[in-house]
Write a new protein. Structure first.
Length: 444
């Protein structure tokens, strides 16, 4: 072993010791005093070792660890292509902009074209549509699945529609068979925002597949509360070779060149090509086929992700188990509507949704205020109804979005729905404490 390798091994061994000393021992749970978080990091020494290992290489930007993660994550999902980015929001941005590539011809999304989505979701599912100049078409939701009401899809369609871009709410897949059939009928792109549903499965055309791999493009987020984390980070994945090319181009400044970092002249024609109106032989590394971004992640983030991938199957199972415990414990509680999995699905739950009935005798805020006083974190279902937020004030009197019909269920969710956590760091004590606290309030 060389001196360099010997020193690195010593550092990594010390890192494992540091983890055991500082991070491994968890504080005792004290009901009413210990915070019960809705989510959090789930990790051990291997994430810290990988992080330190990659930092010693000092690659900094995307490099060997990033390529390793992309290959392994694509294999886990069962797709051909994966592109690592710096956040789930960036993943949605890149996924959408890939569909605006002029090379797509008649299927290119252009400014003024329409994209079907929902209002009761996270803003960065919709933001790329608006930022590009396309028109979001907001369709209402259903309860207790908390996903798009597919019976309203045909009423939302117009000849201007080019795509459907919606998220699987808190891990519960939407009715993918109906949405896929609708997209096939009208030749629409389907972008699956899979940021809250990593590991969820759906029976489509008689075959079980992971969500995010069924549409044309899928996206993931690796923010700490999500199923796996890199601190920040996200991914875009697809089985479509052409779309993968555009995803990577928009992620990497919009460049034409496909060389990975630190490698030149993969095409063998770096100084002999002709592109646009550029002179013959213009350096291929500086040819831009799209107006893109720089949304790459760092190698250190990817190193953490590689360790997280080893735990991902366990993480998914723990989330499912925790959901079942909450569902069984809260069954029949007065005044509440409890969540139901979508038919033909096996969700990888991000959270446990609860809706307070109109005749409950108390409000959503009454219940969540009580739970927060008991140190139990609660969260609303993100935007509730995005077009009611200040961000949409400037669009009210223009035609920058369309609502075919009402959003009455979305409005109901906005005022009555919240969720609590099921992440793997939950103990049986914490789960039972949440159950007891909710029932105690509701049965008063």
């Amino acid at each position: 072993m060389s001196r360099k390798e010997e020193l690195k091994q010593q550092i990594l061994n010390l890192t494992r010791e540091y983890y055991k000393e500082v991070h491994e021992v968890k504080p005792e749970f004290v009901p009413g005093k210990t915070h019960v978080n809705y989510g959090g990091r789930y990790y051990d020494a291997e994430e810290m070792v990988n992080l330190v290992d990659s930092s010693l290489d000092f690659w900094l930007t995307a490099g060997p660890w990033a390529r390793k993660f992309e290959t392994r994550f694509a294999k886990w999902l069962g797709v051909k292509h994966c592109s690592l980015v710096n956040s789930g929001s960036s993943a949605n941005l890149v996924a959408f902009f890939a569909l605006t590539a002029q090379e797509l011809g008649d299927r290119q999304i252009k400014r003024g074209d329409e994209v079907i989505t929902v209002a009761a979701g996270f803003p960065t599912t919709v933001a790329p549509i608006v930022q590009y100049g396309a028109v979001p078409v907001f369709v209402d939701m259903n309860i207790p699945e908390y996903n798009i009401d597919v019976s309203k899809l045909e009423a939302a369609y117009s000849p201007k529609c080019k795509a459907v871009m919606i998220a699987h709410s808190l891990g519960n897949p939407y009715n993918l068979q109906a949405v896929v059939d609708f997209c096939r009928k009208h030749n629409l792109w389907l972008v699956e925002d899979n940021c809250d549903a990593l590991g969820s499965e759906y029976l489509i055309d008689g075959e079980w597949k992971k969500t995010g791999t069924i549409g044309d493009i899928g996206t993931s987020s690796f923010y700490p509360p999500h199923h796996m984390t890199m601190g920040e980070g996200g991914a875009v994945y697809t089985n479509n070779d052409e779309l993968d090319k555009y995803v990577k181009s928009f992620r990497d400044w919009g460049r034409e060149c496909w060389c990975v970092g630190g490698v030149d002249n993969t095409c063998g024609k770096r100084f002999t090509g002709q592109f646009g109106q550029l002179p013959v032989g213009y350096d291929h590394k500086y040819v831009y086929s799209h107006l893109g971004f720089n949304l790459k992640a760092t190698d250190m983030q990817a190193a953490i992700g590689c360790a997280q991938l080893e735990k991902l199957d366990t993480i998914v199972e723990r989330r499912r188990e925790n959901f079942k415990i909450l569902r069984k414990g809260l069954e029949g509680t007065k005044g509440l509507i409890l969540p139901e999995p979508q038919k033909n699905s096996n969700p990888s739950w991000f959270g446990f949704l609860i809706t307070v009935k109109e005749d409950a005798g108390f409000t959503r805020n009454d219940l969540t205020t009580y739970l927060e006083s008991k140190k139990i974190q609660t969260r609303n279902l993100f935007a509730g109804n995005l077009i009611k937020h200040p961000a949409f004030e400037q669009y009210r009197e223009n035609v920058d979005y369309r609502v075919p019909g009402s959003l009455e269920v979305s409005d109901f969710i906005m005022g009555h729905t919240f969720w609590i956590g099921v992440y793997p760091g939950m103990t049986e004590e914490k789960l039972q404490y949440m159950i007891d606290s909710i029932k105690e309030f509701c049965n008063r």
